[in-house]
Unconditional design. Structure first.
Length: 607
DNA sequence: GCCGTTTTCGGCCCGACTGTTTTCAGTCG
């Protein structure tokens, strides 16, 4: 059983327990473990099989969850989960996907009205039966009907980072037109460079919040205003993208930026550290808590109702005794400094490794787009690209690259007009002539050779031996057992002419799942034969993802970040690949194509 | 259900906004 399947089982347990109103911390324990296992760098099944190792060494996995993982991995099923599923039909969990409906409301609908599906809920709303429930009203009923379309979508659609980037740029431009805006930053998963983005978070410092909110209400493509208060406003665009806007004063801007950039997991750790030091961090700043006041306020909290003890002092961070004394918050650097921490690059803030790195004083200096000297995977109109060889070269030079490899397809990829050895050699002659004309830039004679269904490569060795750069990739036979695909890739890595594996995991996000290999054997082969693995920057693919990159870094397997561009515009996606590399903590050193071509050649042991 | 320089119990981040109720619970991020 793969880690992703174990993670999915724990996620489902979390959902059902939440629906049942279980202890929220127990729910969180399952969710946390799910995430940790999903992101874990090796199959947990391997740890189960190894008597010398313990699952409880994985953070957030205790005795209980270790036992459940063992049962899942060895039997393929979990009795506890089966029981839960019998108690709560899966269709009921869909109710939780309706915006504004959480576990309490969903449980009430299920229990009081016997609602089991979204269809039944729709009927109940239309029959005005929902508004009769305690805590529900007319507005809730209308909101539920409006929210049903989002819940009915098979999966809540997430947008590629690159697409979200276009909206983020447009939003920035739109809001900066307000005279009162002093600072603007995007926060959330967009700022952390996640592969896909669920919604956009924008943060603004302004002397006139109403002006900014009115302006947001005029944003292109807006379909609905979901809510609007004094400091916060949410809208939804026609395409479903939600945009959250927060407006904060200058003294809170850094604290709010830190807070809304997240991730949630990163912030939980940070807040815990603050607490240990007698500090409190919220979106308004860092506060020193007076012990006497704190004791009084916690007594008060116990004796009075929830939410009443500490009324937040929005826009008045220096007031409110119970809030403590403001000590920082203008910038993120300031906030982290109060805990003796460096200002983590946003891509790192996932509570994976960053706090250990900081504690050891070994926070890596992350690779940047400007570090990349060459792009080693791209196509021309000789196969399925849209631009000519010359156009691709000109674009790469324009972008400041020092070298590129032209890697058109081999003959097996008939759909893309793949090239045989003869055509390839003619292209290479063309490249030789081009190289003779240009200075300070090298065009490499390359090819993306297919790894055939039956194994072996799609071009003869003598042809491949003439190339400067050979990437091998799987396009066919993706339905084979994963072990078989792995074998084909491992065999390709052993071929002395192959330099790298293109999109090695076969990962494609959102649209469909490709074969998604476990890369254990591939890592070994790459190390043995001193080969590279490609981080494909295509936003729909992003293969390797950040987790694989992190493993490569750990094992010392060099990565090349490539665009797989099929047009001149395609070269711009490099940024998406670099973001993933940064999320994995990769430095300039970990990325082979941040070096000059001469050094790469040496790494490959070529003359 | 996890975790521990407060280690086997008692915490576990914390505030905005909405709708319904009239002082607060639920949801969300």
């Amino acid at each position: 059983m793969k880690n992703a399947e174990v993670a999915a089982a724990f996620d489902l347990i979390g959902d059902i327990l939440e629906f049942q109103g279980a202890n929220p911390f127990r729910v969180r324990a399952y969710r946390t473990a799910s995430r940790v296992i999903h992101d874990f760098s090796e199959p947990v099944a391997g740890i189960v099989a190894d008597s010398n190792r313990k699952l409880t060494d994985i953070s957030s996995v205790g005795v209980d969850l270790a036992e459940k993982i063992t049962v899942l991995v060895t039997t393929g099923t979990l009795p506890m989960l089966e029981e839960l599923k019998a108690q709560v039909p899966q269709s009921v969990l869909a109710l939780l996907r309706i915006p504004g409906v959480g576990p309490k409301k969903a449980a009430m609908l299920h229990k009081e009205l016997g609602i089991k599906t979204l269809e039944e809920l729709k009927e109940a709303c239309e029959g005005q039966r929902v508004r009769t429930l305690k805590g529900f009203g007319e507005k809730t009923e209308v909101a539920i009907i409006a929210g049903l379309q989002f819940a009915a979508a098979p999966e809540i659609a997430r947008m590629y980072w690159a697409e979200a980037d276009m909206y983020a740029q447009a939003l920035r431009e739109h809001l900066l037109a307000c005279k009162s805006v002093k600072q603007f930053e995007m926060a959330g998963s967009y700022r952390r460079g996640r592969e896909t983005i669920g919604d956009l978070d924008a943060l603004v410092e302004s002397s006139d919040p109403a002006e900014v909110m009115d302006r947001l209400a005029e944003f292109d493509g807006i379909a609905a205003v979901l809510g609007r208060g004094e400091t916060k406003m949410s809208i939804r665009l026609g395409n479903g993208l939600q945009i959250d806007l927060r407006i904060v004063p200058a003294e809170s801007f850094g604290a709010a930026l830190q807070y809304f950039t997240g991730s949630k997991e990163h912030n939980v750790v940070l807040r815990g550290m603050a607490k240990d030091r007698g500090l409190k961090i919220n979106e308004y700043g860092v506060f020193r808590i007076d012990e006497k006041v704190k004791a009084a306020s916690s007594e008060k909290a116990k004796s009075t109702a929830r939410n009443k003890a500490t009324k937040p002092a929005a826009g008045n961070v220096e007031g409110e005794e119970t809030e403590g004394v403001y000590i920082a918050g203008r910038t993120e650097e300031e906030v982290y400094a109060t805990l003796g921490l460096p200002c983590f690059p946003p891509e790192m803030r996932e509570n994976r490794w960053e706090f250990q790195w900081a504690a050891a004083g070994k926070l890596p200096t992350l690779v940047e787009v400007a570090d990349i000297q060459g792009d080693l995977h791209m196509h021309t109109d000789a196969t399925d690209g849209k631009a000519t060889l010359e156009e691709m070269v000109a674009e790469a030079q324009e972008r400041g690259l020092k070298y590129i490899a032209i890697t058109d397809h081999s003959p097996r990829v008939t759909m893309a007009n793949g090239m045989n050895a003869d055509r390839l050699r003619r292209q290479w002659e063309q490249i030789d002539k081009l190289n003779a004309k240009i200075k300070g830039f090298v065009v490499l004679k390359g090819v993306e050779v297919d790894i055939l269904e039956r194994g072996g490569l799609d071009l003869p060795d003598d042809c491949l031996a003439e190339a400067d750069w050979v990437v091998a990739s799987v396009h066919y036979g993706q339905n084979q057992p994963r072990e078989k695909i792995t074998e084909r890739i491992v065999e390709a890595l052993a071929n002395p002419n192959v330099c790298a594996i293109a999109h090695p995991t076969g990962r494609i996000i959102n649209r469909r799942k490709a074969y998604e290999l476990d890369l254990g054997a591939v890592y070994e082969a790459a190390l043995t034969h001193k080969k590279f693995l490609e981080l494909n920057s295509n936003p729909a693919r992003l293969d390797l993802n950040d987790i694989h990159c992190a493993t490569c870094r750990q094992r010392g397997i060099p990565i090349v970040i490539s665009t797989d561009a099929h047009s001149t515009a395609g070269l711009s996606v490099l940024r998406c690949g670099v973001l993933q590399a940064r999320r994995a903590g990769l430095t300039k050193n970990d990325v082979a194509n941040s070096r000059p071509w001469g050094q790469l050649k040496k790494m490959l042991g070529r003359k």
